[in-house]
Design a protein around this ligand. Structure first.
Ligand code: GP9
Ligand code: MN
Length: 433
């Protein structure tokens, strides 16, 4: 047992990169607000339909000099979808090769997770706000093992009639109706909002459709409707920011927004292609891989020299990046990602199925593509020396993360200042549930 955790520690310690001194600690002590943008993809950012922006507010955050925004940031989820994204952001370990880690292991797992790290290192109080039932993705159990203080699920809100869609309370209502709970949180807090309205099948009540917005007319109803719920999500976030500014919370907070995974599936991508000015003929695996980009925007009010960052990275890298912005030393923690702002950060981004993308080559289902041109490359011995080395590194990370999680190896390793979370310390109440 102890020998297995030793192997993991050896990997993560040699993989660790120090923060960028220019950004280390710039958000120390601030509230952290995470906004999980359901099914929201990068191609929507700054895109216009008939000359009009789809998501003007999110674009303004993305383009702001007060944000660190990432143009080559990829989702890395597997079958656990939303829950895999959450797991990567909370722990900087990968989801499982099959199924959802939350569902399969979340009830008994030892985590080194963001809510507990921030509690131990910065006296943070933590909460999740979500308009669906607590048991979905086994969140009710998993969050206790992550050290979340509070979980405001659907039972805290009126979700009757047209106040909810398929996955729960509409986003505008989630942001609005949760203010009463947010205002009671002790500062600094770590608060996560998991939105739901921009979820497949992207249906919206007519009262929520922005009448001034005209969507696409592709042959895919799904694609056309996707942009309509994108706009609704954009409005929801804008309204929440209005509140943050009015209440004064804005100035002493960091707001981190990210898309969890694709909204348009591979099979619909050819219908999407013309909207992206791409050619749908000969559409291939590499085109689908390139569309796995999702936004990551770390908005830090007061920052004046942020802006769009072009380095490659993925969801596994968010926690180390955030820790360094908050001035938290993560050297002794078991994390598979690296600070995106560190010049030493690796730009080879693993997918859960073992493929990877990078600024130079994409390796998808055994085929090597030139990232810039999309051309299939001949697998010469010279090229394959590089590809095989990266492939081995990617596989090593995934398989060590899997053995860490599947064998619950963090039971055997508590670094100084981070004692094991006791889930019995957390008791979530579900008032109307
Ligand atoms: C449900 C929501 C959706 O509560 O988070 O999860 P997904 O279907 O995207 O995995
Ligand atoms: Mn999701």
């Amino acid at each position: 047992k102890s020998s297995e955790i030793t192997g993991v520690l050896k990997y993560v310690h040699s993989h660790y990169v120090p923060g960028n001194p220019k950004f280390y600690g710039i958000a120390k002590g601030r509230n952290v607000i995470v906004i999980h943008l359901e099914s929201f993809q990068q191609f929507v950012i700054n895109r216009k339909i008939d000359g009009k922006e789809i998501t003007p507010f999110l674009n303004s955050l993305y383009n702001s000099k007060s944000s660190l925004s990432f143009s080559n940031f990829f989702n890395q989820v597997g079958q656990g979808k939303t829950s895999d994204a959450e797991n990567m952001l909370e722990t900087s370990t990968f989801g499982l090769p099959q199924g959802s880690l939350f569902a399969q292991l979340g009830s008994d797992e030892t985590f080194q997770a963001a809510p507990d790290i921030l509690k131990q290192q910065g006296d943070y109080t933590s909460a999740v706000f979500h308009g669906n039932n607590a048991a979905f993705w086994n969140r009710n159990n998993t969050y206790k093992n992550m050290g979340y203080n509070y979980f405001y699920d659907a039972s805290y809100y009126d979700t009757t009639g047209d106040r909810a869609t398929g996955y729960g309370l509409k986003d505008k209502l989630l942001f609005h109706d949760s203010i009463q709970y947010l205002e009671h949180l002790q500062q600094p807090f770590y608060a996560k909002y998991i939105t739901v309205t921009n979820h497949f099948p992207y249906s919206l009540d007519s009262e929520d459709v922005d009448k001034g917005f005209k969507t696409t007319t592709t042959d895919s109803k799904l694609v056309n409707n996707y942009f309509v719920t994108n706009r609704y999500l954009d409005d929801s976030v804008r309204e929440f920011f209005d509140y943050l500014k009015k209440s004064g919370l804005y100035d002493n907070s960091v707001v981190l927004l990210y898309g969890d995974h694709y909204g348009i599936s591979d099979s619909e991508n050819p219908s999407l292609a013309p909207v992206l000015d791409k050619n749908a003929t000969n559409w291939n695996d590499n085109d689908n891989a390139e569309l796995q980009r999702v936004p990551l925007i770390i908005h830090i009010p007061g920052l004046t020299d942020g802006g769009v960052q072009d380095q490659y990275g993925g969801e596994i890298d968010v926690l180390p990046t955030l820790e360094h912005l908050l001035g938290i030393d993560n050297r002794e923690y078991v994390q598979f990602g690296q600070d995106l702002m560190s010049p030493q950060h690796s730009q080879v981004v693993a997918f859960r199925n073992g493929g990877f993308v990078s600024p130079w080559y994409n390796y998808i289902n055994g085929t090597v593509y030139d990232t810039k041109t999309g051309d299939v490359l001949a697998q010469t011995p010279d090229l394959m020396k590089t590809i095989n080395a990266w492939n081995a590194k990617v596989k090593e990370g995934l398989s060590l993360s899997d053995s860490l999680n599947e064998k619950n190896l963090l039971r055997f390793y508590q670094p100084a200042g981070l004692p094991k979370v006791n889930p019995d310390n957390y008791n979530y109440v579900y008032p109307n549930g």
